[in-house]
Design a protein around this ligand. Structure first.
Ligand code: SF4
Ligand code: SF4
Length: 501
């Protein structure tokens, strides 16, 4: 694959919006901001918001530490896939983080205030706010640079905090706000606005498909009080990734698990991880409340990196009731495999397969070997991509950017370019990405970069190869076309409805 051309780069950074939208927002950013946002006195508002957050959280300690220890040694530069593609000094991780650290030093430390009196440094300006509004949504918050920083500077944390401050001023991608609003106060309580009847219809349809394909009565239990596991998937899976869900249901069936989907909260997505601790806290507690309502002992998250990380790492801080273990489905399936509960037909998956490590579960070393052990149990032709495991490249849609359709040219030609190159270099027929966000992003990236590799979930392949039936058949081709939204054919998710105007 050739390196990116100046023409493609210009296209990726073009603003796809009409002039009147840009003028109304008074922000030259490539994503839509909520209409009606007050753009006056932004400097004052930014500093007041930042002061409030620093006062009520521990972010001040982290910023103070980072502001003191950074050496500008540039080791992080070589780790960032975005810098590798653009070569722009503005994409050096330390430069981007410096936008906020400089404001912290100048406005929130005694030394900075004294120096400003001597040098006349004005500090924060409208131009810096505009640069931050673009730059912090260019970063994937993938934390690859943090692994390489000798001082341990967490650039993704700085990106998160900066986005939170901007979001409190109304500078936040509309795609994030519309979905989150529906999840928190809408009728459906989920980011895709899937009504409960449509969900139940879709579960019933998948049960019929599994009965036919697997010759076994596999169920999606709902509202089972006292079930051991509350299962929460990224809700978009019910529209986009049915085979992933059917594979998970088959694993639960094979292991005889006591599990349930809760009908009051069936969405694991937590966009708070990307732009707001307040949203993060509220959504973590929504999952907890559902587990409490049904009396479940554990919370099981589907194939989703950010949902698993937001629950696993922030549950302990934010959940108000009793603490429950958080388990990702890859951990569950791995344990079942090791316990001898899964029986595979190893002749089903004949294609060559590679594996993408989602940043949110792999970067910290939490889930790395488990999926590889599962893959090796039934897929003979497995190829590692390079680099892999904790060093793997982000899919390019990390940090929530995958949800922002206006950013697609940027995501697939800039931030996702290293991923496309990695996958193409393996020559594999299929790439497994066990994360809802990665699935969407990798699909679009493969398409836009013309890489002929098929994107699948891990449980999609498990669904085909797992033997459940007494006759030993792993999988039969289902007879009908799949219509995952069941009877609600006119349903349009709110984001799409907005986009269509
Ligand atoms: S590696 Fe760490 S210390 Fe070095 S420039 Fe990057 S952020 Fe700064
Ligand atoms: S978090 Fe990822 S995208 Fe952001 S600066 Fe670091 S390496 Fe680059």
């Amino acid at each position: 694959m050739n390196s990116i051309t100046p023409e493609r780069l210009a296209k990726a950074f073009a603003i796809p919006k009409k002039d009147e939208v840009v003028n109304a927002q008074k922000l030259p950013v490539r994503y839509h901001v909520e209409t009606g946002v007050d753009t006056e006195n932004r400097v004052e508002k930014f500093l007041q918001t930042m002061a409030t957050i620093l006062k009520h959280t521990n972010y001040g300690f982290a910023l103070d530490h980072f502001a003191r220890v950074t050496t500008r040694c540039s080791r992080c530069t070589a780790a960032c896939p975005i810098y590798e593609v653009t070569g722009s000094p503005k994409d050096v991780p330390c430069y981007r983080s410096g936008l906020l650290l400089d404001i912290y030093r100048r406005h929130f430390t005694i030394g900075g205030k004294v120096r400003a009196r001597i040098t006349g440094d004005l500090g924060l300006t409208e131009d810096i706010i505009e640069e931050m509004a673009g730059s912090f949504w260019d970063c994937n918050a993938c934390r690859r640079c943090t692994n390489d920083c000798p001082m341990g500077i967490d650039h993704a944390l700085i990106t998160h905090l900066s986005r939170w401050i901007l979001a409190e001023m109304g500078i936040v991608p509309r795609a994030m706000v519309v979905s989150t609003r529906e999840q928190m106060i809408g009728d459906s309580h989920n980011t895709s606005a899937i009504p409960l009847p449509a969900l139940l219809d879709s579960l019933e349809f998948m049960e019929e498909e599994m009965e036919e394909a697997k010759n076994a009565p596999v169920k999606f239990p709902t509202d089972v009080e006292g079930a051991e596991y509350l299962f929460v998937a990224p809700v978009s899976d019910y529209m986009m990734e049915a085979e992933t869900l059917m594979g998970i249901a088959c694993v639960m069936h094979a292991t005889g698990a006591s599990w349930t989907i809760g009908t009051k909260n069936y969405d694991a997505i937590n966009y708070g991880l990307f732009y707001s601790d307040q949203v993060l806290e509220r959504l973590v507690n929504n999952i907890e409340a559902e587990a409490e309502r049904l009396g479940c002992k554990k919370i099981l998250i589907g194939e989703c990196g950010h949902a698993s990380r937001s629950a696993k790492y922030f549950y302990n801080n934010f959940a108000k009731h009793t603490k429950r273990p958080i388990i990702n489905i890859l951990e569950y399936t791995y344990d079942a495999l090791k316990a001898g509960k899964l029986n595979f037909d190893t002749s089903i998956i004949t294609q060559s397969v590679t594996y993408h490590d989602p940043c949110n579960i792999a970067r910290q070393g939490w889930i790395i070997e488990q999926p590889r052990e599962i893959i090796k149990a039934f897929i003979p032709n497995f190829i590692e991509m390079t680099p892999n495991r904790r060093d793997n490249y982000c899919c390019g849609g990390g940090g929530g950017s995958v949800s922002i359709d206006e950013l697609r040219p940027y995501r697939t030609t800039v931030s996702g370019r290293k991923k496309a190159e990695q996958i193409a270099a393996t020559g594999a027929d299929m790439v497994i990405a066990p994360c809802a966000n990665c699935k969407k992003q990798v699909r679009e990236t493969l398409e836009d970069n013309e890489v002929a590799t098929e994107l699948v979930g891990l449980h999609d392949l498990i669904y085909k190869a797992l033997i459940l039936s007494p006759d030993g058949v792993a999988w039969r081709e289902p007879s009908d076309d799949m219509d995952w939204m069941g009877g609600d054919e006119d349903f349009v998710p709110p984001q799409e409805a907005e986009a269509k105007g």
